[in-house]
Ligand binder design. Structure first.
Ligand SMILES: [Zn+2]
Length: 632
């Protein structure tokens, strides 16, 4: 038994607690004593005050009311207006997850209904918002979490033991070191390996979807990296260049946790499942299978913003809003009880968007800042949003006037929903004529996840969803497209429309299918709103390539002549502009002593580094892949 548990038990009446387990860094006490559960004086509160940990008292699974009865009782307690859509029992942890359309009504005044449920069923209720847009995929993800309740209980307990059972490695000196396994002077395959004498932690593990096989994956063969020794993965946000290789870690024997926000977990599962599909449709062997994605979901420990959690005996993390896409986080790492503090920004937007609040700039302590530099070059400033949005509207109007169609490649998560917000409000205000906006495949599922987690959106959108019942994503201008047949129908109809489709850099996916059909007419327009990597179809079109050759089976190819208008709009990006990046470094509290720059093309990384140094005097560097940097 862990020392901390022994100590806690000393403060509790011996006969009341039948089991104590960890759930990650949290501690759960189980009791079979119904009275003690509801009336234990202040014993539990006192223990929490002494140990300063999240400690929860729960009914032992053996005293819970059987599922069927419990479900009946729950349905009589929660009013019908709450719109309960699903009740899932997490049986080995005595938790019941109740999905409701109006969570507030299901919770009751000051949680009164939750108390009633607990008292009558001995299940601990957790209310979740049911997504207003149904998504089969999202339902599957949620059920994976509760199907293997026993495994999950054991897994969370094991994670807790790693955190609390003391050091497993020898400590001769104190040091902190990071190795760039990917994203060094490069956009794509983000992966940074953090080591201390005790801990082995990965920050992101992505793929570069635009690169050839050799350069697509991080350097997991670096000598210091051993998958068997890995303690934790921390995922900043759900984009394939950050999460795309995590299922692969499970395929090769990793059994530890992934920490990220709940929407990041859900979207990462969607993206990686879609990635398998894309690999298959390209005739390649997928590098992992659906089961590996399930493993990732099952091993994910969701965290809220600014929730402090230990992940190993000497690493404590906190996620902060990064403003980049839904649930995106900057990771703050507090190492060795104050030895060193790092902020890893992941991808970050220091500016308000239609969907999200800007990235946070206040931190408890900070010595090393690890920052992205996608738009870090001197010439990477972006025009103000209003200006960009005005051009966006003009381009759409011009296209519609010449009876053409607009195609917008999107990453699926982030830009797509941002563009949906803009289009919806333009149509509502009457600035744009009403026409169908087609949302292809996965984008629709991701949109469903957006409306399931309004608490991660900015206050404007939240207000629309919570107070006015005007969820912009539910507008009838949006039409879901799910199959090849529906895609062909849209192309045959030839009416004016806007199509949002993946992939964001046109490296595959339905967007390329639409492009092949729409490219050959002058009437149509392609609007590029997100970053395009070197070598991708998107980048080639930006450069003005007029003849694109697609392979079509062995020894055959298809030539597409590009007649459509190609427009690039920089200011709608989910990344900070050069000015915003500089402002972030200047305003960051406390000021870091060192800045490491990654996630940018070589010239942009170097340019950003030298500008920071010139204006602040802070030591900067741009590690290359496989470079290791000692931070302390
Ligand atoms: Zn990103």
């Amino acid at each position: 038994m862990s020392n901390i548990i022994k100590e806690i038990l000393k403060h509790l009446p011996e006969d009341k607690i039948c089991d104590v387990v960890f759930e990650g860094a949290n501690i759960v006490l189980y009791t079979k004593d119904r009275e003690f559960l509801f009336d234990n004086g202040y014993v539990i509160k006192e223990v929490v005050d002494i140990f300063k940990k999240r400690i929860e008292l729960r009914p032992d699974p053996s005293i819970t009311v059987p599922h069927e009865n419990a479900e009946k009782i729950i349905k009589t307690i929660i009013p019908e207006e709450a719109g309960v859509t699903q009740i899932l029992f997490d049986k080995d942890r005595s938790r019941v997850i109740i999905e409701a359309e109006k969570p507030g009504l299901a919770i009751g005044k000051q949680g009164s209904l939750l108390r009633d449920i607990k008292m009558q069923t001995f299940w601990v209720p957790h209310i979740r918002r049911s997504p207003p847009i149904r998504s089969k995929l999202l339902e599957n993800i949620r059920s994976v979490l509760y199907q293997k309740s026993e495994y999950r209980r054991k897994f969370l307990d094991k994670v807790g033991h790693r955190i609390y059972d003391g050091w497993i490695r020898e400590k001769k000196h104190e040091w902190v070191r990071v190795t760039y396994l990917g994203s060094g002077r490069h956009v794509g395959r983000s992966c940074i390996f953090l080591q201390t004498p005790e801990s082995r932690v990965l920050l992101d593990c992505g793929v570069d979807v635009a690169a050839n096989d050799q350069e697509a994956y991080p350097f997991l063969d670096a000598p210091e990296f051993d998958i068997q020794q890995l303690d934790a993965v921390i995922l900043s946000h759900a984009h394939l260049d950050h999460c795309g290789l995590i299922p692969y870690l499970y395929k090769f024997g990793y059994k530890g946790p992934v920490y990220c926000t709940a929407p990041t977990r859900d979207v990462a599962a969607l993206l990686t499942l879609d990635f398998i599909k894309i690999m298959k449709s390209d005739g390649r062997d997928p590098i992992y299978e659906t089961d590996d994605v399930k493993e990732m979901v099952m091993h994910t420990i969701p965290l809220g913003y600014e929730e402090v959690t230990d992940v190993t005996p000497d690493v404590r993390i906190t996620l902060y809003n990064a403003g980049h896409n839904l649930g995106s986080s900057m990771v703050h790492l507090h190492i060795g009880n104050g030895l060193h503090n790092i902020l890893y920004t992941g991808d970050m937007k220091f500016g308000r968007t239609n969907l999200l609040d800007p990235a946070v700039i206040d931190f408890p302590r900070l010595e090393t800042l690890m920052i992205e530099s996608t738009y870090g070059g001197k010439d990477n400033d972006q025009p103000p949003r209003e200006e960009v949005e005005a051009v966006f509207v003009t381009k759409i109007k011009e296209t519609l006037e010449r009876r053409g169609r607009v195609l917008i490649p999107v990453l699926g998560v982030g830009r797509a929903q941002e563009i949906m917000m803009i289009l919806e409000s333009l149509i509502k205000r009457g600035d744009l004529e009403k026409m169908p906006i087609y949302i292809d495949g996965m984008v629709w599922d991701v949109t469903a996840i957006h409306s399931a987690y309004p608490e991660f959106l900015n206050s404007n959108v939240r207000k629309l969803i919570f107070h006015k019942n005007e969820n912009p994503f539910l507008s009838d201008v949006f039409k879901e497209v799910g199959s090849q047949k529906e895609r062909m129908q849209i192309l045959e109809e030839k009416g004016p429309c806007v199509i949002l489709a993946t992939s964001g850099m046109m490296t595959g996916g339905p967007c390329v299918e639409y492009f092949k059909e729409l490219a050959q007419s002058k009437r149509n327009t392609l609007i590029i709103v997100s970053y395009q990597s070197e070598g991708t179809l998107g980048r080639r079109l930006q450069r003005g390539d007029k003849e694109i050759i697609f392979p079509k089976g062995p020894n055959k190819s298809e030539v597409v002549n590009v007649e459509m208008e190609i427009v690039t709009l920089e200011g709608l990006s989910g990344h900070s502009s050069r000015k915003q990046l500089m402002a972030f470094v200047h305003k960051c509290e406390p000021r870091p002593k060192r800045v490491l720059i990654n996630h940018g093309e070589v010239s942009r990384c170097l340019d950003f580094a030298s500008s920071i140094h010139k204006s602040t005097g802070i030591e900067t560097s741009c590690p290359r892949n496989l470079d290791a940097v000692r931070l302390k």
